[in-house]
Design a protein around this ligand. Structure first.
Ligand code: ZN
Length: 93
């Protein structure tokens, strides 16, 4: 045998197909890829959602969840978050 590695790979593939079924292997790979992608975008969405969703502190425009800036006055997410934190601390004192 000149390629023992190739034979081993075929054996592993055969075992995987026996365990999950030949039709399910591409399905499994696809769902695994999709899960990873959704996990990443979920993390990203969570950050933006917590940071900027809601009324703008500058122009009172309702900012959509996925926005990176205010659609009303074009302030960045950072500016919106800072202005909100400032307003919150002013209310407390
Ligand atoms: Zn605004």
């Amino acid at each position: 045998m000149s390629f023992p590695g190739g034979t081993e790979l075929l054996l592993v593939l055969a075992v995987v197909m026996l365990l999950f079924g030949a039709k399910k292997v591409p399905e499994l790979a696809r769902s695994m890829g999709r899960a990873g992608k959704e996990f990443k975008s979920g993390l990203k969405e969570g950050e933006v959602q917590a940071a900027i969703e809601g009324p703008c502190p500058f122009c009172k425009t309702e900012i959509p969840v996925e926005s990176q800036f205010c659609p009303g006055c074009a302030k960045s997410a950072d500016e919106v978050v800072q202005a909100r934190a400032l307003a919150a601390s002013e209310i407390k004192s």
